[in-house]
Design a protein around this ligand. Structure first.
Ligand code: SF4
Length: 291
């Protein structure tokens, strides 16, 4: 007699969509589970939480979570999330994305949402490669790393995503790996609760598109690498030109600062120029969200 095993997080998953598409050893599932555990710990009303993704292996998360979720077009998760937040400021809006989706195709949206300090949480799984489309070089591929489009090794400087987010205006910036699950869950909780633009980078193995080509072993070896080659430095942004193939990985909560959000700035500006009752209506809506 067959028996179906239940998972404690099934109530947050669209199990009818399983089996998932992720390769054996991929770290995206750990990142997704960390987000779900963070939401469970926060006890937020789940009908007030929306997850938005673009395209790519990481973007599949939007299809698997049992929340209001939007699996949108490549690189455009942040514009869709922006629309959601503007239409309903009460929503907790989380963008779950990958390095190529966020920093290449969606790069402009990323820096401008951070500049506006819109109250979004962006979770980026960085596995240094375009996984779904065939292991092409992306904006975070380390120098000298091989990919399907850099067979002799990458010679373009990669982005340092935490520095990019912070320089653009993000108020919360952290980086963890899929090995550091407890710290990652805490960071996700903090990022979701932080008013303003929050960014959490999650370093993760892509055995199929990245590890194999760069002779970095399997996913288990990469997890050991994350354990032995990580250094936690809170409060200071890492100054590397992107991560190295085999270098040290600086992790931590780099930025946690206060800055008026997009909605607070809008309220301030409208109050200076507009008349009642329009301003009062905007006040009431924003007070209801931000107190
Ligand atoms: S291609 Fe890479 S990122 Fe995509 S599911 Fe497979 S291991 Fe994960």
């Amino acid at each position: 007699m067959s028996e179906t095993l239940a998972h404690p997080l099934d109530y947050l998953l669209r199990t009818d969509r399983f089996p998932h598409i992720w390769c054996s050893g991929c770290g995206i599932g750990i990142a997704m589970k960390s987000l779900l555990l963070a939401l469970e710990n926060l006890k937020l009303p789940l009908d007030q939480v929306a997850v938005v993704s673009g395209i790519g292996c990481s973007a599949r998360v939007a299809s698997y979570v049992k929340l209001d979720a939007f699996h949108t077009t490549h690189g455009r998760a942040i514009p869709f999330a922006t629309g959601l937040k503007l239409a309903n400021p009460r929503l907790t809006v989380i963008v779950f994305t990958g390095d190529g989706d966020l920093a290449a195709i969606g790069g402009n949206h990323f820096i401008h949402a951070a500049r506006r300090n819109l109250d979004l949480t962006v979770v980026c799984v960085n596995n240094f490669i375009y996984g779904m489309t065939g292991g092409q070089m992306g904006p975070t591929t380390p120098l000298a790393a091989k990919s399907s489009t850099s067979p002799y090794g990458n010679f373009e400087y990669p982005f340092n995503l935490p520095r990019l987010a912070a320089a653009s205006g993000a108020v919360y910036v952290a980086r963890w790996t899929v090995f550091h699950v407890r710290r990652l869950i805490t960071a996700l909780e903090e990022a979701v609760m932080k008013p303003g633009f929050s960014f959490v980078e999650v370093i993760s193995p892509c055995p199929t598109g990245y590890l194999r080509r760069n002779r970095l072993g399997d996913a288990l070896e990469m997890m050991k690498y994350f354990k032995t080659h990580s250094k936690i430095v809170h409060g200071t942004l890492p100054d590397e030109d992107g991560l190295d193939v085999r270098g040290e990985i600086i992790l931590g909560k780099f930025v946690d600062r206060e800055r008026p959000t997009y909605h607070q700035m809008m309220r301030r500006q409208l109050a200076a120029f507009m008349v009642e009752p329009y301003v009062e209506k905007v006040h009431d809506e924003i007070e209801a969200v931000e107190g």
